[in-house]
Design a protein around this ligand. Structure first.
Ligand code: CO8
Length: 256
């Protein structure tokens, strides 16, 4: 099946999802929400798939949620835009999921990578959560998954400052598992092919059991995150932060 915003390929027991909106650095928009959820559901229903690789077209993973799509959302609309159903479905896939990250992995893009089991970065990748500079904060599981992965204070530092970190620091901090020179896709496919040789029964059981323990606390907190994240769309700061980005100027936040 052809999708508008992603490429979806299944071959030799490996499903590949390629984010494909290169003109906006693969920013995640509403169409991508639907395309990804459909591809993930098909993957979950396909017993021949033994591993999944997610990457981005044209040298970037994803520069975040699509700001043009979000700027005028009301809190109710923001609650529907948020990508929990897609990212939770990725995390719940019974088989291993590997993010091959090159270029930018920012905001919702990095949150997508966090929902995967593994993250392989190119040496030139750049990661972070710049939402604070837009008058919002990560709203697609990032406030919960990031501390689980790198610890609470480093997670707060990334989210409170909005700074971008390079791939070496991402490796040092545990945000990525491996660095490769050049395109990380071949290394991710090789890892996936190795998983595909293992017993699918044992591997699926191991993932299910390990995720169950790790995510129970996080899942209980996501509705709270969603309420707070959607609520911020009633603030002037959110409108100002996003409009300033789209108008290519610095935001002037008023705390309202
Ligand atoms: N949304 C929409 N468009 C974007 C985005 C984005 N997140 N990122 C880049 N683009 C567009 C630019 O507007 C530009 O379009 P145009 O050519 O029409 O002007 C094009 O992509 C290329 O970008 P730049 O010209 O800015 O490229 P640079 O190389 O100069 O800069 C950057 C690259 C540094 C990545 C810069 O584009 C940038 O800062 N982008 C925004 C990053 C950001 O703030 N991301 C967080 C977004 S908010 C978020 O992710 C929260 C979502 C939580 C819920 C939803 C989950 C998915």
């Amino acid at each position: 099946m052809d999708y508008k915003t992603i490429k979806f390929i299944t071959d030799s027991h490996i499903a590949q999802i390629v984010l494909n909106r290169p003109a906006s650095l693969n920013a995640l928009n509403r169409d991508m929400w639907h395309d990804m959820l459909d591809a993930v559901k098909r993957t979950a229903a396909d017993d021949s798939v033994r591993a999944v690789v997610i990457s981005g077209a044209d040298g970037n993973f994803a520069a975040g949620g699509d700001i043009a799509d979000m700027v005028d959302l009301t809190p109710l609309e923001a609650a529907r835009f948020v990508f929990h159903p897609v990212f939770n479905a990725i995390e719940d896939l019974p088989v291993p999921v590997i993010a091959a990250v090159s270029g930018y992995a920012l905001g919702g893009g990095m949150e997508l990578a966090l929902a995967c089991d593994f993250r392989i970065f190119s040496e030139t990748a750049s990661a972070g959560f710049p939402e604070i500079n837009l008058g919002i904060f990560p709203g697609a599981g990032g406030t919960q998954r990031l501390p689980l992965l790198i610890g609470l204070s480093r997670a707060k530092e990334l989210i409170f400052t909005g700074q971008r970190i390079d791939a070496r620091k991402a490796l040092e901090w545990g945000l990525c598992d491996r660095l490769v020179a050049g395109d990380p896709l071949p290394a991710a496919l090789e890892m996936a092919a190795n998983f595909a040789k293992k017993s699918p029964v044992a591997l699926k059981a191991a993932k299910r059991v390990m995720n169950f323990g790790a995510i129970r606390g996080m899942r209980a907190s996501i509705p709270f995150e969603e309420e707070a994240w959607a609520g911020i769309f009633s603030s002037e700061d959110q409108k100002e932060g996003m409009r300033a980005f789209l108008e290519k100027r610095k935001p002037a936040f008023k705390g309202k």
